[in-house]
Design a protein around this ligand. Structure first.
Ligand SMILES: Cc1cc2nc3c(=O)[nH]c(=O)nc-3n(C[C@H](O)[C@H](O)[C@H](O)COP(=O)(O)OP(=O)(O)OC[C@H]3O[C@@H](n4cnc5c(N)ncnc54)[C@H](O)[C@@H]3O)c2cc1C
Length: 540
């Protein structure tokens, strides 16, 4: 027989197969020899009390042979001779999962990606980190696998209504991700493993007759009678298909500008902007696990924080335990930070984004200028009423802060930074702590970089978080500007058929179009759009 059993284990028991079997036997009131095996279904950490427990739910096999984890197998059709083609612009999670879905249904995907393959991309990241030179086509946001490739690979999402999360995780496992992502409460893959998974996805796509083209940056849409006839790439090539999935991510500013210049409707979308915070990992472990030293069977600790400060939300974002702060800009002269971590999360620092909601009035006021600050230098020349109508309002705001951060750092992607306690005391730090950011940090008064409403809300948030997590508000932590690519500052509208309301075969999808936030939700939106196209092309 099989029985679903929930166990409460100590950290060391959770890593000990014999101890787990013993607990299963005791819980099921069976002999130890009756337990033939078990399959984990859900695993989470309960660190609320003094003693820390691992909650593990398993499917136990009792006096019957163990059936291994339910890893699904996927089959794809060979589409080499398909007469139906879909052009996918962008090879991030949205584009990749859309392509796999099309292959399952027998439609040929043609992926056009502006960046390079994962391996070549790695070299450009090394140049960015070591020499402070960004390649505008190949960086932490652009290239095979999109922004998710050199990330932490957290696969946790709250968007359960938007699609089949289980299917996305199963596909990741099918392409080489560890099986524990199927049952961990907060699954993550790690930067070292993601590139192999992305390469395996590409191989499946090309092995089955899909096309995958690198260094093909889409620069124009040729539209006839509210229909895309073809897309043009920077090298002068053109591509056509039955439908076009626009999956270019939140950093493809040139695509937003292109659509706007062609009078194809886009809308300003509120987003969040702030900083990245880094603490020593031991400090976060100590706070979360209530001990001076982390139990060797527990993973590096994380946190998730949210607070209202004078009616404005401030929250932690993309926490990377044992991680690295990375320069995630896509253009020279603009500074953006983000975070990643390897699968073992074994770096000595814990970083997370700490961001503030930005609404229209905030962006308008900031773009009109805040006196005496670096950020003021990059204010908009547009009048308030023009800005209010501008669909690129939030993009302009985002760019303004990124430019101010770059200038304050002094170039080469050196980032302006302040110790956390100094930040709330508005004091320039005399020195900065050791940190993971390779291009380097420069001690800076961040009031000159961040618009006042961002600075003040963050300061209020840090004080509140210091009360929630004793020891969090400390000068051992460093505040780095600026975390600005949290989600898209633009929405590309779509109708109930998921098409653009003005261009009937254009399907905006994923994070850049404003329909996803994170790897899994982007993948689900890519699948959803691909399924809709398949239905339209009668491939149910
Ligand atoms: C450093 C970092 C860490 C992150 N960590 C996590 C994490 O742990 N978990 C998580 O869920 N999310 C994380 N994210 C966010 C996540 O990566 C994104 O939410 C996700 O990748 C969005 O998927 P997408 O396919 O919609 O867009 P993207 O991944 O942005 O992909 C868009 C693709 O389109 C290409 N493109 C753009 N313009 C053009 C053009 N004109 N022509 C052709 N191609 C074009 C780009 O090169 C890119 O490959 C992280 C992001 C970064 C930068």
């Amino acid at each position: 027989m099989q029985q679903k059993i929930s166990l409460k284990l100590s950290p060391s028991e959770s890593a000990d197969d014999a101890a787990i079997r013993k607990k299963i036997a005791s819980s099921a009131a069976k002999k130890l020899t009756d337990i033939t095996g078990y399959v984990p279904l859900k695993k989470s950490i309960d660190a609320r009390g003094k003693n820390i427990y691992i909650n593990l739910t398993v499917n136990a096999f009792i006096r019957e042979p163990l059936q291994p984890v339910n890893v699904k197998h996927f089959t794809f059709k060979n589409v080499t001779d398909s007469d139906q083609k879909v052009v996918i612009i962008g090879a991030g999670p949205t584009g990749l999962f859309a392509a796999l879905q099309l292959l399952e249904k027998g439609i040929q995907p043609i992926i056009l990606e502006r960046g390079k393959d994962v391996r070549s991309r790695r070299r450009d990241l090394a140049v960015l980190n070591k020499e402070g030179i960004v390649n505008s086509e190949s960086n932490y946001c652009f290239g095979e696998g999109g922004a998710g490739t050199y990330s932490d690979g957290k696969l946790y999402t709250r968007s359960s209504k938007r699609g089949d999360i289980e299917r996305i995780l199963q596909l990741f496992v099918f392409f080489g991700a560890p099986e524990n992502i199927l049952y961990d409460a907060h699954p993550h893959i790690g930067t070292n493993k993601l590139p192999h998974i992305i390469t395996a996805m590409r191989k499946a796509i090309t092995d089955h007759g899909g096309k995958f083209l690198f260094e093909k940056k889409v620069t124009d849409f040729i539209i006839e009678k509210d229909h895309i006839k073809e897309v043009i790439t920077a090298d002068g090539d053109s591509f056509s298909g039955d439908a076009y999935i626009l999956a270019t991510g939140h950093s493809a500013r040139d695509i937003f500008e292109l659509l706007h210049s062609k009078k194809i409707l886009i809308e300003a979308k509120p987003f969040a902007l702030g900083v990245r915070i880094e603490h020593p990992q031991t400090l976060i472990d100590g706070i979360q696990y209530h001990a001076t030293e982390r139990d060797e069977y527990l993973p590096p600790a994380s946190y998730s924080l949210v607070q209202q400060v004078e009616g404005r939300g401030v929250f932690s974002f993309c926490m990377c335990p044992g991680g690295i702060i990375a320069p995630a800009a896509t253009s020279p002269g603009e500074l953006v930070v983000n975070g990643w971590s390897p699968s073992k999360r074994n770096n000595p620092f814990a970083n997370s984004g700490m961001v503030v909601e930005v609404q229209q009035a905030d962006a308008l006021k900031s773009l009109q200028g805040s006196k005496g600050s670096t950020v003021q230098k990059f204010k908009s020349s547009l009048k308030a009423d023009e800005l209010a109508k501008d669909p690129l309002l939030f993009l302009k705001f985002q760019q303004m802060v990124e430019k101010a951060a770059f200038e304050a750092g002094g170039g080469d992607f050196v980032a302006p930074a302040q110790r956390m306690q100094d930040f709330i005391n508005r004091k320039t730090s005399a020195s900065l702590p050791k940190n993971s950011y390779l291009p380097g940090l420069k001690s800076t008064d961040l009031t000159t970089v961040l618009p006042p409403f961002i600075y003040d809300t963050l300061a209020g948030g840090f004080k509140a978080f210091g009360k929630k997590l004793r020891g969090y508000l400390t000068n051992e932590a460093v505040v780095v500007a600026t975390e600005s690519r949290t989600s898209s500052p633009v929405r590309i509208p779509r109708n109930e058929n998921l098409e653009h309301p003005q261009v009937s075969n254009l399907y905006p999808s994923g994070e850049g179009a404003g329909y996803a936030g994170g790897i899994v939700s982007a993948a689900m939106d890519g699948e959803r759009v691909a399924n809709t196209i398949c239905a339209r092309l009668n491939k149910k």
